[in-house]
Design a protein around this ligand. Structure first.
Ligand SMILES: Cc1ncc(COP(=O)(O)O)c(C=O)c1O
Length: 396
């Protein structure tokens, strides 16, 4: 069975009514026959029929054992981190999503969890960072926003039994890459992005490779309570139904946009896994079906104001946080998604002041390219005007 068939038919027809769409069980509680005797549901924080359908679909998409749906990607991440105990250590990719960095640095550090950030694209760096206290290796592949790709299979082989490999698969999606098949233990998603696909929900997923880990996450989900609502579970199922189709188009558009960007003189570094000069091009090709649809670049003039001008002037690329929806989005990580990361740390991983991230949407690629062309001309003029006025001041 192909991925699209698997996805579409993992969404069950409702047994009670034959409904082709999954019903929304908007209820907090369920009537019991006698205390403790029920139809498998007793309270919606613990279990809800709409959410349960979604969780089973998520497990199937990632070829895992158990899936769990959370109120956001970060609450899904939080649930995984709660597997840890005081004194445990994490080895994490060094250009991790800003929100995960914030959670680890400002919340989990208070509970005695230490994080060692390394360049996980270099397997020897991972090896060096592992200690007997390392309980989690946390990677994103590709990373947000500089699209670094780590070798999931090699990292999985390197780690011991007591260390769990967690992969944030938000950028690749299971339509392109399935980390559990490569040896990871847990996959997490900000389902807010491609899985939801329409920029209309905030949601997160955790998928485990086995039942034992699944039961631990289930316990934490119920104990902490950050569950996805029945209505948002329904919307996420609806998004997932077209994931394969949408992701393919996103990725086709991104290749066209990236090849245009290669010809732009104002760009200093272009980050896109589909360019054969990309540092991790080969491993990306090996472990993922697509190059993805996120492109980042920074400018020759690393000026925060010029970059701000750029992101504020595109027409179809809407200036907004997030990614993975039908509408193309643009953002400036240094002032938006990654502002909680200190400047020095940002620069070490390539997140410069002028870095711009594009989420290539589902519009016509030619329109998106024209939009970028117009904006580049505009900032070229700005740079020219600025150098002219500087010259005037100097000559006065
Ligand atoms: C790679 C990655 N992981 C996790 C998250 C957090 O997800 P959410 O915003 O749904 O809480 C994000 C959000 O942008 C992300 O980009």
């Amino acid at each position: 069975m192909g991925f699209a068939t698997n996805t579409i038919h993992s969404i069950p027809v409702d047994e009670l009514t034959g409904s082709v769409a999954v019903p929304i069980y908007a209820t907090s509680t369920f009537v019991q026959e006698s205390p403790g005797v029920n139809k498998g549901f007793d309270y919606s924080r613990t279990n809800n029929p709409t959410r349960k359908v979604l969780e089973d679909i998520a497990a199937k998409l990632e070829n895992g054992s158990n899936g769990y749906a959370f109120a956001s990607g970060l609450s899904a991440i939080d649930a995984v981190l709660k597997l840890l105990s005081y004194g445990d250590e994490i080895v994490a990719v060094n250009d991790i999503y800003g929100g995960t960095y914030r959670l680890l640095t400002y919340v989990y550090s208070k509970f005695g969890i230490k994080v060692n950030y390394v360049d996980t694209t270099d397997i020897s760096e991972v090896e060096k960072a592992l200690t007997y206290k390392t309980k989690l290796i946390w990677i994103e592949s590709p990373t947000n926003p500089t699209l670094k790709i780590s070798d999931i299979q090699s990292i999985a082989k390197l780690k011991g039994e007591d260390t769990l490999l967690v992969v944030d698969n938000t950028f690749a999606t299971p339509a392109s890459q399935r980390p559990l098949e490569l040896g990871a233990d847990i996959v997490i998603h900000s389902a807010t992005k491609y899985l939801g696909g329409h920029s209309d929900i905030i949601a997160g997923l955790v998928i485990t490779k086995n039942e034992k880990l699944g039961n631990q996450i289930k316990f934490i989900q119920n104990a902490s309570g950050a569950v996805l609502s029945p209505f948002d579970s329904f919307l996420l199922i609806r998004g997932i139904e077209t994931l394969d189709l949408r992701f393919e188009k996103h990725c086709r558009n991104a290749i066209k946009v990236a090849s245009y960007l290669q010809s732009v003189d104002l760009i200093k570094n272009l980050y896109f896994p589909g360019i054969n000069t990309h540092k991790n091009y080969e491993i990306g090709n090996k472990q993922a079906k697509y190059y993805g649809a996120i492109i980042s670049f920074d400018l020759n003039i690393d000026d925060i104001e010029i970059a701000k001008e750029f992101v504020s002037n595109t027409k179809y690329f809407k200036l907004a946080e997030s990614l993975g929806g039908a509408k193309s989005l643009i953002c400036q990580p240094s002032l938006m998604t990654h502002k909680s990361i200190p400047k020095e740390t940002r620069y070490e991983t390539g997140v410069t002041d002028s870095l711009i991230r594009l989420s290539v949407g589902l519009e016509d690629a030619e329109d998106l390219i024209n939009d970028l062309k117009t904006t580049f001309s505009l900032i070229e003029n700005k740079i020219f005007e600025r150098s002219l006025s500087k010259e005037l001041v100097e000559n006065e």
